[in-house]
Design a protein around this ligand. Structure first.
Ligand code: ZN
Length: 241
């Protein structure tokens, strides 16, 4: 016997039923709160409806729970798109009509031109490009200034790379002399960027967070402790993707 597929309306739910070669009847709800039933071929609609009725209470509470989770996720996602941080400052977002697609910042406002405010994919792309171009200039400027303090250790000029990282502001490949900075670091104050860069430069000499590391760090940046504390307050932008 071929599989049979149809929908049953129950309360306010539309339930997809598939009857096929199975021994028992199953009820499932997926993450989108879609309900499906798999039932043996020999069941009739009456048996299936009765089965749904016995699960009614559970079904209603489960659907409600999933719907709430979905709306929470959407709010969170919208909030992320409403936020624009740059060098430790939060900007108001304004969308404007324009032929040219671009981002401009004036005082406390960021202007998105040539993109619709509901086109989240293009907004994200535009934001990333803009952040990246700012980060490239700012990070390498700070690196070259801070590196001067480290020249006394006979280090080769480090290679700077910018990436999105989930859990860290920066990292370094001690052997290769590479310093990798998180793109989201562009969202924190300049002084905190300077701290992260000095921290990573110190790792080029002392790979681990041992005594020597903190000694060197304090020698080249006496005020690192309050800067590290300040940076912690920006952890919420660390995982922006
Ligand atoms: Zn470290």
């Amino acid at each position: 016997m071929p599989n049979k597929e149809y929908f049953i309306e129950f309360e306010k739910f539309k339930i997809k039923v598939t009857q096929k070669k199975v021994k028992n009847i199953y009820l499932r709800i997926n993450r989108k709160a879609e309900i499906t039933i798999t039932a043996p071929v020999f069941h009739n609609e009456k048996t299936i409806s009765h089965f749904i009725r016995t699960k009614q209470e559970w079904l209603i509470s489960k659907v409600q729970q999933i719907t709430e989770e979905i709306s929470e996720k959407e709010t969170l996602c919208n909030k992320k798109n409403e936020q624009f941080y740059y060098l430790g400052k939060k900007y108001d977002i304004v969308f404007c009509d324009s032929e040219k697609r671009m981002i401009n910042t004036v005082d406390n406002t960021v202007y998105f031109s040539g993109v619709n405010n509901d086109d989240t994919i293009t907004i994200d792309k535009l934001k990333n490009q803009w952040y990246y171009s700012q980060a490239e200039t700012i990070f390498s400027d700070i690196l070259s200034v801070e590196f001067k303090k480290f020249q006394k250790y006979n280090l080769a000029n480090p290679v700077l790379k910018i990436r999105k990282m989930r859990r860290r502001w920066g990292t370094c490949y001690h052997g290769k002399g590479n310093i990798i900075l998180n793109l989201n670091l562009i969202k924190v104050p300049l002084e905190c960027i300077r701290y992260v860069i000095t921290h990573e430069l110190t790792h080029l000499i002392a790979p681990n967070h041992g005594k020597q590391f903190y000694l060197l760090l304090s020698e080249n940046m006496s005020e690192w402790k309050p800067l590290r504390a300040q940076l912690k307050t920006y952890n919420f932008v660390l995982e922006d993707v």
